[in-house]
Design a protein around this ligand. Structure first.
Ligand SMILES: NC(=O)c1ccc[n+]([C@@H]2O[C@H](COP(=O)([O-])OP(=O)(O)OC[C@H]3O[C@@H](n4cnc5c(N)ncnc54)[C@H](OP(=O)(O)O)[C@@H]3O)[C@@H](O)[C@H]2O)c1
Length: 330
């Protein structure tokens, strides 16, 4: 059987381009004992893949590597006693339409009534990142003010809603008026800022947060974060989840030196990595499922159709093409 695959042809300089990817074909060997033949169904595209291409997120992605990310797949044929044809599984999988995989490192997905794509979004690493990063590092208390950057994305849209569930006033920063409308009208954010059309973000934060900012959930870094951190209250907490604004930088950006502010305001700035929380995934999924079932949490998925759309979907993350989680249905 032939497997179609997508490889990184060259490392991007700046924003990734379609030419950085190449499609290939490979004959698959026979399925050996302990292995399964998988057909991928949904593949997640994520900003951290760009950081891997820059060697910042380990292990790095190099030219010539087959791309890989979290994916949901169906077992087509099996020589493993643990999996049956038709079973749905999740793992970090290469970007291939069909592939052979050993069964041990696959997570069998429950048939729990939630759409399969949810395992890559609200019930997957982005929903879990929002939950653990906000509750463990942000430690929100009722009445506090939370600002979320990248607010209409997969992590940000959930982090903001969890902040509302914890009684915070929530301000979201995102890149289009359509996204701002969704955040306010549907997700219940208290205030919103379009960073692309707001010349003075610090003034906009001051206007929307007259009592200052207690928690900043940072998905983007760069100038947006400089503006928000400048408005933090004493003992404020900065949850550093991601820095997408600098992932395509070709030279180190400079900005205001924030460390004196960190001293005088006694701020806590802590980085977060979801991989640290593997042992608590079941707890996080149970909480997210409970909120979903109670109608307290909403999510969006931007699903592009077709295996060949993987590079376009990935590049689209840097243009703001997604509302909620960007996923490719293969
Ligand atoms: N630490 C962890 O374990 C962990 C886990 C998951 C994700 N993350 C990080 O969290 C962040 C969000 O990830 P996600 O999966 O939820 O992605 P996402 O927010 O769903 O998608 C990326 C969004 O970033 C915004 N963006 C792109 N370029 C930007 C720029 N230069 N300045 C400001 N915003 C920009 C775009 O929205 P706009 O239209 O608003 O520009 C885009 O839709 C990323 O930085 C990611 O690396 C970290």
């Amino acid at each position: 059987m032939t497997s179609k695959l997508i490889m990184l042809a060259s490392l991007p300089q700046g924003v990734p381009q379609a030419a950085n990817f190449i499609t290939g074909f490979e004959e698959l060997p026979d399925v050996e004992p302990g292995e399964v033949l998988l057909k991928t169904l949904f593949i997640s595209v994520d900003p951290y893949l760009r950081a891997k291409m820059a060697g910042e997120h380990q292990p790095p992605l190099n030219a010539g590597d087959v791309m890989y990310s979290r994916a949901v797949a169906e077992v087509v044929a099996t020589k493993s006693p643990d999996l049956q044809p038709g079973d749905k599984v999740m793992a970090f999988l290469e970007w291939r339409d069909y592939l052979i995989h050993n069964s041990e490192s696959l997570t069998l997905l429950p048939n729990n009534g939630f759409p399969l794509s949810n395992h890559l979004s609200i019930l997957g690493s982005t929903g879990l990142s929002a939950y653990f990063a906000l509750t463990d590092i942000g430690k929100p208390k009722a009445g506090e003010t939370l600002v979320v950057s990248g607010a209409a994305g997969a992590v940000g849209s959930i982090a903001g809603q969890i902040g509302k569930l914890m009684g915070c006033k929530v301000i979201g920063i995102a890149g289009s008026d359509e996204k701002l409308q969704w955040l306010q009208a549907d997700l219940g954010f208290d205030g919103v800022i379009n960073y692309k059309t707001t010349p003075d973000i610090a003034a906009a934060i001051a206007n929307l947060c007259p009592d200052g900012v207690d928690i900043y959930f940072d998905n983007v870094g760069g100038a947006i974060s400089d503006a928000v951190i400048g408005k933090m209250n004493n003992y404020g907490r900065v949850v550093v989840c991601g820095s997408i604004a600098s992932y395509n930088d070709t030279s180190a950006a400079t900005g205001p030196r924030l460390l004196p502010l960190v001293v005088y305001k006694q701020l806590l700035i802590q980085g977060f990595l979801i991989t640290d929380y593997k042992t608590r995934f079941a707890e996080g999924i149970a909480q997210l499922q409970q909120w979903l079932a109670a109608g307290k949490l909403q999510y969006a998925e931007t699903i592009m159709n077709g295996f060949d759309k993987l590079p376009e979907a990935f590049i689209g993350l840097f243009n703001g093409d997604n509302q909620g989680k960007m996923i490719v249905k293969t």
